[in-house]
Design a protein around this ligand. Sequence first.
Ligand code: SF4
Ligand code: SF4
Ligand code: FES
Length: 313
Amino acid sequence: MTTFRIKRYNPEKQPEPYFEEFKVDATEGITVLDCLNDIKWTQDGTLSYRMSCRSAICGSCAVKANGHAILACQRQAEHIADKDDTVTIEPLGNMKPIKDLVVDFKPFWDKIDKVKPYLHNDTPAPEKERTQSPEEFRLIDDASTCIMCGACYSDCNVLEVDDNFLGPAALAKAQRFVGDSRDKSTLERVKELSEPGGIWDCTHCGECVERCPKPAQPFYRIKEVMASALEEGVHNNNGARHALSFTKSVKHSGRLNENQIPVESVGFFNIKGLLELIPIGIRMLLKGKTPPILHRSIKEADDVKRIYRELGE
Ligand code: SF4
Ligand code: SF4
Ligand code: FES
């Protein structure tokens, strides 16, 4: 028998959440959702969670299992259980629990709305439809597979500390339109997405790629939007300046010039930003963490330059 430790929460009865254990005969092939259904239908009908399709299509059954977001209908219990044959189930993270495993998705949907997830094209509509070539469609194919399950949003490290961050799902949705050959607002979109809370606030941890049950894989889509923003010349922000300074440094010497990158990232004429760097610099100095004053190239710097040339950079 597999033990399911389920986080229960019912603010109408008890203000604090608590864990309750249930035993399920989780035989081979049984999904986590099958186990939740078994518990609800045969042990405790008050257990609340969302589900619909049971086929990894509707995106409604996402929960946390042993610390990471999953689609309950997609993962087999025996593959999730730890060595004590226990599965700890909690509601998705970064969203407010309403009851048991049901969370409030409103902030998630509000952020999807913010990226204007619809085609912008004021040119006269053709008689039938606005077409794309297969090659053009391939650029947005992965982002189109998102089922809005919230697994990436749940486990995003930035959202844990910054509610303002648009988050992986909304940014993946943004790429769906930034990369769409029929959309006419690319520049406008990437300008908005380069503002605080947008693409450049992602810390590149890759957690959303690990958690995404579909090819949408938000971090890769975020990188594509970053590339579009740079191509469109949207450079007047710390994130873009940081990326450009980083690339320039590696291209020049084969390594990061850690004295120069922070200054170039905040901008030479950004007096406030430069002053804010001083306390960090002093702390680094006191801890003996400052990089060498003289920046030296690595021995293989010419090889690095050659790689850049071959990449057409
Ligand atoms: S890669 Fe970026 S968006 Fe994805 S989980 Fe990490 S911080 Fe969040
Ligand atoms: S990007 Fe992936 S994990 Fe995030 S909501 Fe869409 S399908 Fe779910
Ligand atoms: S029930 Fe639809 S995705 Fe799991």
